[in-house]
Design a protein around this ligand. Sequence first.
Ligand SMILES: NC(=O)c1ccc[n+]([C@@H]2O[C@H](COP(=O)([O-])OP(=O)(O)OC[C@H]3O[C@@H](n4cnc5c(N)ncnc54)[C@H](OP(=O)(O)O)[C@@H]3O)[C@@H](O)[C@H]2O)c1
Length: 205
Amino acid sequence: MRIGILGSGVVGRALATGYLRHGHEVRIGTRQSELDDLPIGPAAQVAADSDLVVLAVQGAVAVELVSGLAAELDGKVLVDATNPLDMSAGGPQLYVGTTDSLGEQVQRAVPGARVVKAYNTVGNALMVDPDLPGGPPTMFIAGDDPAAKETVGDLLRETGWDVADLGGIEASRYLEPMCMAWVAYGARNGTWTHAFRLLRQPTAG
Ligand SMILES: NC(=O)c1ccc[n+]([C@@H]2O[C@H](COP(=O)([O-])OP(=O)(O)OC[C@H]3O[C@@H](n4cnc5c(N)ncnc54)[C@H](OP(=O)(O)O)[C@@H]3O)[C@@H](O)[C@H]2O)c1
């Protein structure tokens, strides 16, 4: 699959490296002029050329960035890995929640894109091929387009994840606070290689 990644932070680079390892065609859309040995390009070109685009930019710039790429993202699967984090008080705090979410804001900003919230409840070190005792952890996803979620689910399973679909994009309201639970556990225990796992009866969805 041709995968474009917007943002060259630790998330963008971890996903790019992992997807390349799995044989996907990957390019990072970035403001940088070069980036280690990873393939890069201007964000608009990368979005236009990709089958699936991952949004991996700082949460505060996510809506503005996708708004400027509405034409290139039209009809595309847009995986939203962002979290609405405000770091101004020192530690991270959510700047939106309860009745809205960054996932919903991104979908509203690009109504033609098929947004799927994913990756926001785990650290970048485990995003591709997580290897943990107890088997594959669970990636919780949310989005309004069933076919887009199927595509993202296939990519996640291929790269080592169990997948749990929480429904429409408004479930981002629950997924974004989950990132804070992940951070709180990490800060308390000094570890950043943990992930959530959903246990269910074999017949449950
Ligand atoms: N770090 C994690 O483990 C983790 C885990 C789950 C979710 N997330 C979420 O995933 C997203 C990416 O996280 P991250 O830790 O990789 O990096 P980040 O520090 O949040 O920034 C990622 C990238 O945003 C891009 N960006 C584009 N326009 C920008 C602007 N105007 N100002 C500042 N940055 C801009 C930059 O990429 P270019 O310079 O390439 O343009 C930057 O490298 C965030 O929303 C974060 O909350 C992070």
